[in-house]
Design a protein. Sequence first.
Length: 256
Amino acid sequence: MPQNQGEPKIRIENVSYSYDGKPALRDVSLDVPSKAITVFFGPAGGGKTTLLRLINRLNDLVEGTQMTGRILLDGQDIYAPGVDVTHLRRRVGMVFALPLPLPGTVRENVLYGPKLAGIRDRARLDEILVRSLQQAALWDEVKDRLDDSARALSGGQQQRLCIARSLALEPEVLLLDEPTSGLDPISTAKVEASLHELKRDYTIIIVPHSIQQAARVADWAGFFLMGELVEYRPGKEIFTNPRDQRTDDYITGRFG
């Protein structure tokens, strides 16, 4: 467990997962600290995105799968009988690689979730709108375009809008699956800068699109290879002094 972090926000205990009998994760255990950026990195097919999806139960309806082990959020098993999955997904938001703004305006995109949750007070909705866009480092760019179509925004702006849409529900954990894979370097830098601000208030887990991004943003980092968690350490240590030769080979570009 990460030291000097108190109790973990998320604890992964001996999680194995398979699709149609083919292992995707093999006995993975790790603790995700609160209010930090944790990175899952490694070559394609390592199980990184699968683990992200398991943390907010996105694979519940996928047929032919089997999971063993436990995933705990604040000490509670998220797969225990009686868990409200809708409530879980409000606590654990997810942003995908491809930005998918909803039909409608920038304002409607951000406020869709809060309105669905029953918030009707105009002042409260306005506060959520401004706060979410500011946290996603988008407010200054769209404050005069709130009633324009969300799909008129640039790709980088659409991705930050998707982050704002997740933040509008005030989650405790934010999961990001290669959120900058389709963005230019300037938009990527803006997203990364917003993540460093967001970790003051949120627990963030990200699957980065490159090893360089992993090294830039990670407070903690786990290297995944063929479903196995090879090592999990502070980012500044794993990228400068990896303990496992396989990690070193991947970081230095000898494979992957």
